[in-house]
Write a protein that binds this ligand. Structure first.
Ligand SMILES: [Zn+2]
Length: 356
């Protein structure tokens, strides 16, 4: 079945390549509206999507590790985009392993590709020729900028979604992906499946004077790290209800005045992190030992020092702080921005533009 799919897809590509006519003028920058409409067309129309593959750029994953160019100073890390010609030198099964990601400002469609396990010499050749390395996804998310982290997250989620949804959730029959990898149709019952995200409420709880905040520590956190309270939204729950419930469950406190701040997609496991502020009376915390290792109210002075530590050394997030001194998640995490903008007293409605 898989082989016949390849034959069909390769035939489509040959046909599409022969009629290839760029939909966009690559000599100019496209407006945002032009790009999103073009992206929508690529997602929905297989022949057009396939016709653009040879002119596309490709973000490569091998064994779920993206190819990242790492700057020695750790200040200019970047995703690596291969041309189609470069990609097929290493990986011939392109069509069944790519997913559409976005459209660059010059109109170039960008895709991600999972190349599977490469032979060591092939991997080394690819890394050498691109001056980059296949990097653990969790580390890579903290090494690149905010927008590129979202591209990494989207790529990983759509690639994994296709891998895990080869069969229909309704009737169990095989599903067939579309060219962009953004839908899968069941051959038996006709149901079409789409990738989705799971909403998570992540909240910075302050006292009414906004001089102290609650941060919590989960057992999986590296030594010294505390972060905001977070949890998945239950079915039938609003985000506000999620925030109220999670704070009550984890630290035994009731909150009021929940305000939305900004959101972030996170690929573990396909979460939409919805960042909020909420108020609570400063009071003794009652910690749920099944969820948390520790939780505290922290003052502005303590948090200012914690921000300084993670800004000076972002790798604390991966390695932990052996001294046990407090630090918070790095700028690649929505929690950092909730905390850092509370310190700066940034008006809530202005935080979004600082992040994006
Ligand atoms: Zn079905």
């Amino acid at each position: 079945m898989y082989k016949s799919c390849n034959i069909i897809m390769n035939s489509l590509l040959r046909r599409a390549a022969s009629i290839r006519t760029p939909l966009v003028n690559v000599d100019r920058r496209l407006s945002y509206v032009d790009r999103v409409r073009y992206l929508q067309k690529l997602k929905e129309e297989d022949t057009i999507c396939l016709s653009q593959v040879p002119g596309g750029k490709f973000l490569v994953y091998s064994r779920s590790k993206p190819l990242i160019r790492v700057d020695k100073a750790n200040t200019d890390n970047a995703l690596v985009w291969l041309s189609y010609e470069d990609l097929i030198q290493y990986h011939s099964e392109v069509l069944n392993s790519i997913v559409l990601l976005d459209v660059a400002e010059d109109g170039t469609p960008r895709y991600s590709v999972q190349v599977g396990a490469l032979a060591t010499e092939v991997q080394e050749k690819m890394e050498y020729s691109t001056n980059a390395s296949f990097t653990d996804l969790r580390a890579a998310l903290f090494m690149v900028n905010w927008k590129e982290a979202h591209v990494l997250s989207r790529a990983n989620c759509v690639l994994m979604w296709n891998k895990n949804h080869a069969f229909c959730g309704k009737c169990g029959s095989p599903t067939q992906r579309n060219a962009a990898g953004y839908s899968r149709k069941c051959r038996s019952c006709g149901m079409t499946h789409y990738p989705s995200s799971s909403p998570v409420g992540i909240v910075l709880v302050t006292d009414p004077e906004e001089e102290n905040i609650i941060l919590v520590r989960q057992p999986r956190h590296p030594p010294g790290m505390y972060s905001c309270i977070a949890g998945f939204s239950d079915v039938g729950e609003s985000l506000e209800e999620t925030v109220h419930r999670e704070v009550a469950e984890e630290v035994g406190v009731e909150v009021s005045s929940v305000k939305y701040v900004a959101s972030q997609h996170w690929p573990f496991p396909g979460s939409l992190m919805v960042g909020c502020y909420a108020l609570a009376e400063k009071q003794e915390l009652s910690i749920d030992p099944h969820e948390l290792q520790d939780a505290h109210w922290f003052s502005r002075d303590e948090i200012t020092a914690a921000i300084e530590r993670i800004q000076t050394n972002p790798l604390l997030r991966l390695r932990g702080n052996p001294s046990g001194e407090l630090f918070i998640p790095p700028p690649g995490a929505i929690a950092y921005h909730l905390i850092a903008h509370w310190i700066k007293r940034t008006p809530v409605h202005e935080i979004y533009q600082h992040i994006y």
